[in-house]
Design a protein around this ligand. Structure first.
Ligand code: NAD
Length: 386
């Protein structure tokens, strides 16, 4: 199956890409909203066996299916967004690849590292686009932070600390019981976002040492965890996550990305360099006024940026990848590398041991372009645009 790529002979316009969503729950609905905002894309089907899924398809005015493979046979969509419970990602991702259909898989890529690796290798061999929904990388503020760090504004990055603390109410777990089960704790579901951003901003993580504590609410996962990270450039990081702490310090409550989270003026990450420090997402750069010296006044500069919606940007990017206009910003290989770090954090928390990451999961190729080349392409675009 191929993307609808024939131009309308009279106008030169291309027909809209027909995208299907599997899993129209919390984040699936946001993807439907994003498709409605992206030019030249249209939602063609919803796959979700629940009554709520059927009702959502009716509300959205598209055919409803209770099985992904049946939908693929009937609709032959140009692309699929998988926003189903994590344990279904590998099997459903494979169904899309078998049909040659580009797929955007929500994070985390999978609940099993080995199966995720097999899936990514399959996509690379078949040369079918597999993207992972680390949508924060599509936030303009992350592009700005990346530009400043890579451009040397704060010098050599030496340390980073990241906080991911919030309180998820009981109803969040009761409404979707898979969230209480193994593989759906805050390390997998939430920390993977932050790990992905730290890798993107600060470099590859080569080893981790972690601790975790079991859920006080009796769920199968941890409800708090902390990890010490070592990056390949020698920088050191600390990161903590909890879904059971009342606090303002998380990406969700500081990035102003999604109105359901009350916004605060705090930040979630502090990235420290030899020339200055950067806090994210508020994008404040701290440096001494005259010379690098702790007895010299230090001042803050706010970086300006635009505030477009990263989920919409991600959908526009997925469409561009399907059309062959862009290489994936967060490829399957990139999602795999972030998953590998999360997996290492879980192993280290269980064993109390330092866990080294394998180099094997990075620097592979997709569609003839390496993942690092893909990132460079996007950096260049960001610079030109701003
Ligand atoms: N990018 C983000 O910020 C973000 C935010 C939330 C969730 N997520 C990820 O998205 C995924 C879904 O999370 P959620 O919170 O939206 O879950 P959810 O429980 O709200 O929604 C999942 C939906 O999938 C449906 N479903 C179950 N089995 C299915 C099947 N076989 N085929 C099709 N649909 C099926 C369910 O009925 C439900 O409607 C998870 O992997 C999660 O980690 C990402």
């Amino acid at each position: 199956m191929e993307a609808s790529e024939h131009s309308n002979a009279a106008t030169g316009a291309r027909p809209p890409l027909r995208l299907a969503i599997a899993g129209i729950g919390l984040v699936g609905q946001r993807h439907a909203d994003a498709i409605a905002q992206v030019a030249d894309t249209t939602l063609c089907a919803v796959v979700d066996p629940s009554d709520a899924g059927k009702a959502a398809a009716e509300r959205l005015g598209v055919p409803w299916f209770d099985d992904l493979r049946e939908m693929i046979l009937a609709q032959a969509p140009d692309g699929v967004i998988l926003s189903t419970p994590t344990k279904l990602h590998v099997d459903q991702g494979a169904a899309c690849l078998e049909a040659g259909i580009p797929v955007l898989i929500e994070k985390p890529l999978a609940d099993d590292l080995h199966a995720a690796r097999t899936l990514v290798e399959r996509a690379e061999q078949a040369r079918v686009a597999l993207l992972v929904g680390h949508h924060r990388r599509h936030n303009p503020l992350i592009r700005k932070a990346h530009e400043h760090i890579r451009g040397g504004t704060i010098g050599t990055v030496r340390a980073v600390q990241a906080t991911c603390w919030f309180y998820k109410p009981d109803a969040y777990f009761d409404g979707a019981p898979w969230r209480k089960q193994i593989g759906a704790g805050p390390i997998s579901v939430n920390l993977v976002h932050d790990i992905d951003l730290l890798r993107h901003l600060c470099g590859e993580i080569v080893s981790v040492q972690a601790q975790a504590a079991p859920s006080l609410r009796g769920y199968e996962n941890e409800d708090v965890a902390a990890a010490l990270l070592r990056f390949d450039n020698g920088a050191i990081g600390t990161i903590t996550v909890s879904d059971s702490i009342v606090a303002p310090w998380s990406w969700e409550m500081t990035a102003h990305e999604y109105p359901i989270y009350p916004a605060t003026s705090q930040s979630a990450y502090q990235i420290g360099g030899s020339l200055g420090s950067l806090s994210v997402p508020d994008l404040t750069i701290w440096s001494h006024n005259e010379r690098r010296d702790w007895w010299t006044p230090i001042s803050a500069t706010s970086v300006t940026r635009d505030t477009s919606d990263p989920l919409i940007n991600q959908m526009a990017h997925f469409a561009a990848v399907i059309r062959g206009d862009e290489a994936p910003l967060v490829s399957g290989r990139e999602g795999l590398r972030s998953l590998a770090v999360v997996d290492a954090i879980q192993k280290s928390a269980k064993s109390n041991a330092l866990v080294h990451l394998e180099k094997a999961d990075r620097d592979r190729t997709w569609g003839g372009k390496s993942t690092s080349q893909s990132t460079k392409t996007n950096e260049t675009k960001a610079k030109t645009a701003e």
